[in-house]
Ligand binder design. Structure first.
Ligand code: GDP
Ligand code: ZN
Length: 311
């Protein structure tokens, strides 16, 4: 008989908590054969889809297969050693949450979050919360526009007024979602409002998202309560994951709206900064690309180039 399918929801090595679609959970260790492989190739992580089978002794379970992965969320080993640690695998999407006011949105920071998502092959959704605090709808639209033009889904939400909550609920449905954004923008309020059963556990999410974790505690998948299908990823902040490993020459690929111009510059390795006959800058002067997004690009480019020089 073949084994049972499940998803790894917790564990940092040794014993893993595996959850089946029907909600049953078992503790399982890697089968000996996979342990060998793990040393040389992939390390099992939260979010991996696995097959578990009962031990021959009838006591406990073992993981006999690991399905091919999609993306991974990885970071530098604690202590800054070179090498990466996979925190979670197969993350379907990231909610990058900001508020229209209290606190004021910080454009450079939004763009940085989006680049971190892009460089890790994570699919971001922008959530603009507290929209009832905006003077008018056009203030919200002005913030949203460059991101919508770049092709990102943008969700306008308000916890007290209820705007966008059903839309956000359907975004979470059936997906593995990481939630990030600065402190105080309403991440916990939104998630609790959508899924009241999360209650205290949300504290963990906010805590880790805001402050990061400097310990070796791994990520965790939190099943959406109330019978909802889907998971939230409780991970150290994306900021900590950072742009690590991204070559400066690949930064332009992390701005999807630059895409149509990238092959059109005079120099193949154009950084779209001071080079002549740059198609990105031409699009900028025509007003087809957004100035603020371009300025974020230049700022992040400088950071990446500096870190390449010091390496
Ligand atoms: P987190 O740090 O991102 O998890 O933010 P919290 O959920 O703790 O919310 C921070 C503050 O913003 C709390 O006082 C919430 O009541 C408030 N808040 C959350 N969502 C909204 C909203 O849509 N509108 C307004 N006006 N306040 C909100
Ligand atoms: Zn260029």
């Amino acid at each position: 008989m073949s084994g049972h399918q499940g998803i790894v929801v917790e564990g940092t090595g040794g014993v893993w908590l595996v959850r089946a679609t029907d909600g049953t959970q078992v503790n399982a260790a890697l089968a000996g054969r996979l342990k060998q492989e793990e040393r040389s190739k992939i390390k099992l992580a939260v979010g991996d889809h696995v097959t578990v089978e009962p031990e021959e002794t009838g006591q406990g379970w073992r993981i006999t297969e690991i399905a091919t992965r999609g993306n991974v969320l990885a970071r530098r080993e604690p202590g800054g050693r070179y090498g990466e640690r996979v925190l979670a695998a197969n993350i379907d999407q990231v909610l990058v949450v900001f508020a229209i006011a209290k606190p004021e949105p910080h454009i450079r920071m939004i763009d940085r979050f989006l680049v971190v998502c892009e460089s890790n092959e994570l699919k971001p959704h922008l959530v603009i919360n507290k929209v009832e605090l905006a003077e008018s709808e056009s203030v919200v639209d002005a913030l949203a526009k460059p991101y919508e033009m770049a092709g990102y889904p943008v969700h306008r939400t308000s916890v007290p007024r209820g705007d966008g909550l059903e839309e956000l609920r359907s975004v979470l449905h059936g997906k593995v979602t990481a939630v990030t954004g600065p402190s105080g923008v309403g991440k916990s309020s939104l998630l609790n409002r959508l899924h009241p059963g999360l209650n205290l556990r949300i504290g963990e999410i906010s805590e880790s998202v805001n402050k990061g974790r400097h310990t070796t505690v791994g990520a965790k998948l939190i099943p959406l309560p109330d019978g909802a299908d889907g998971y939230l990823v409780d991970t150290p902040g994306l900021r900590e994951v950072g742009m690590w490993g991204l070559p400066s020459g690949a930064l332009d690929l992390c701005f999807p709206e630059f895409g149509p111009y990238l092959g059109e510059c005079k120099f193949q390795d154009c950084a779209h900064d001071i080079e002549p006959s740059c198609a990105v800058r031409a699009a900028l002067s025509k007003g087809v690309l957004n100035r603020g997004r371009y300025e974020s690009y230049i700022k992040l480019l400088g950071e990446l180039q500096d870190s390449e020089k010091t390496r």
